[in-house]
Ligand binder design. Structure first.
Ligand SMILES: C[S@@+](CC[C@H](N)C(=O)[O-])C[C@H]1O[C@@H](n2cnc3c(N)ncnc32)[C@H](O)[C@@H]1O
Length: 253
């Protein structure tokens, strides 16, 4: 898809239910995904990539914007992988902390993040899976660094392949294979998280500490939280500036 086609597609999205800015970003991602070759397929992680991409290309030729969006979401979900790969040890640690499995956070946080990420931002995804969310943020809004924190070493390896495939420079992405319970939420300008652990037992301690750390920063980060359970732990130092039941966005007052 050339630049003109991306513009036309963005205009078509803008005529449906999408806002103008989000339409442009969505069309850019679709254009990129159509241009890319098949991703590195270690262990057969993406067996249906070519099929989903062809369905997307066909939808763009003849379908309406709902169909294009649906086909793109299928391709996105395939790349995200809904089944993460855990060693016995990782699985044991996840179970002990009430860890949440590898569900996809969706496109809306990615399309809405632009105003909150500048070239100097350091962003983080707490519970990153294969890191697709943070990588797409880098694709749309190149910034200093994205820290991808994930308990599954295998998912981080697959994510490193996706980083190269998407053309994100290696010095822009840091993989931290570890337990979010042990990793400080300090030094970030933008944090994304999708309920890596349940807010009970050790998970409760995680959210309590996380809130204390972000609030103690001179410049607390903007936080995008999917299926949010952080709100009860934040003080009035933070306010919610967007919420749709799926995504909740916080910024410091
Ligand atoms: C709901 S998924 C979110 C994936 C991705 N961030 C997104 O939004 O699409 C939660 C992720 O957290 C990871 N996770 C669960 N418990 C964890 C823990 N204690 N430490 C680090 N990561 C964890 C899971 O492996 C999974 O990849």
């Amino acid at each position: 898809m050339d630049g003109m086609d991306v513009t036309t597609l963005a205009e078509r999205f803008a005529l449906s239910c999408w806002g103008a800015d989000e339409s442009t970003r969505l069309a850019r991602l679709i254009g990129l995904f159509l241009e890319l070759p098949d991703p590195p397929d270690l262990d057969g992680s993406f067996p249906d990539h070519a099929r989903f991409r062809n369905l997307l290309a066909t939808a763009i030729e003849g379908g309406d914007t709902d169909e294009i969006e649906e086909r793109f979401l299928e391709l996105y979900a395939h790349l995200h992988m809904n089944q993460a790969l855990y060693s016995d040890d990782e699985r044991g640690r996840m179970d002990a902390a009430g860890g949440y499995w590898n569900h996809a956070g969706g496109l809306s946080p990615i399309l809405k993040a632009e105003p909150w990420i500048s070239p100097d931002t350091v962003s983080a995804d707490f519970g990153a899976g294969n890191g697709l969310q943070g990588l797409l943020l880098q694709v749309l809004y190149p910034h200093r660094r994205t820290v991808q924190i994930e308990i599954s070493a295998r998912m981080a390896e697959i994510g490193e392949g996706l980083r190269e495939w998407l053309g994100v420079p290696s010095d822009r992405v840091e993989w931290v294979v570890g337990d979010v319970l042990e990793i400080p939420a300090i030094g970030y300008g933008f944090i994304y998280l999708y309920r890596p652990v349940r807010p009970e037992g050790p998970g409760r301690d995680f959210y309590t500490r996380f809130a204390r750390e972000v609030e103690s920063e001179d410049r607390p980060p903007v936080i995008f939280s999917i299926a949010d359970c952080l709100r009860d732990f934040l003080s009035d130092r933070y306010e919610v500036f967007y919420g749709d039941g799926h995504l909740t966005c916080f910024k410091p007052r």
